[in-house]
Design a protein around this ligand. Structure first.
Ligand code: E4P
Length: 221
């Protein structure tokens, strides 16, 4: 399973990129709004910052309701990336989003269909040609449904039907989500930097480091 970072924050993207685990970046309108910057400018900045990743997801804005409006926005976003295929157009799971997905994927543009909460939604997106689908597990857990189980079922379905759409486990809230979606067959987990940092932690690692430091101090006296 690969790691994407789920943020529009430059410092967090830099921190994850320099430890060498980053294969992509996902953003959404809420994450960009939190940064208080112009959407296109931030996407351009991110694209420059992470030259070696496979994908940077930029979501069409919520005022694009028709497929034509989404495609028009996608064409502007593609220009920011000099028509490089790293830019990935994130589309909502709606009829219009699927129509835009079909059109863009036939043009060779990467797409990420977002706000996936059922297996059927994932199947539709895959059949419309999506490069990625993003099931939101944390938000399902929030309403007492099992988000990891959804990822598990989508992975099973894609294997059964030979669909090559990649699953991005999204709305990941803690390290246990990461372990469980990796085992369930997600191709990618998109996670906030705080979760990446948590993944490095274990109390015995901390204890071990303290003991090494204490013993080292003794030995150099
Ligand atoms: C994924 O692409 C979404 O941006 C994200 O994971 C949503 O996470 P949230 O439910 O924590 O907002």
């Amino acid at each position: 399973m690969k790691f994407f970072i789920d943020t529009a924050n430059i410092k967090d993207i830099e921190s994850a990129y320099k430890i060498g685990v980053l294969s992509g970046v996902t953003t959404n309108p809420s994450l960009v709004a939190k940064e208080g910057v112009k959407f296109e400018d931030r996407i351009a900045e991110i694209l420059q910052l992470v030259p070696e990743v496979e994908s940077v997801s930029a979501e069409v804005t919520p005022d694009a309701e028709t497929a034509e409006e989404m495609i028009a926005q996608a064409n502007e976003l593609i220009k920011i990336n000099n028509h490089d295929d790293k830019i990935t157009i994130k589309l909502p799971m709606t009829l219009a989003g699927l129509e835009a997905c079909r059109y863009l994927s036939r043009k060779g543009v990467k797409t990420n269909v977002t706000l996936i909460f059922t297996v059927n939604q994932a199947l539709l997106a895959a059949r419309a040609g999506a490069t990625y689908v993003s099931p939101f597990l944390g938000r399902l857990d929030d309403i007492s449904e099992d988000g990891v189980l959804l990822v598990d079922k989508i992975a099973q379905l894609f294997r059964t039907h030979g669909l090559d759409t990649q699953i991005i486990a999204a709305s990941v809230r803690h390290p246990d989500h990461v372990t469980r979606v990796a085992m369930a067959g997600a191709h990618i987990a998109t996670v906030p930097f705080s979760v990446i940092a948590q993944l490095t932690k274990h109390p015995l690692t901390d204890q071990g480091l303290e003991k090494f430091a204490a013993d080292w101090q003794k030995s150099i006296k």
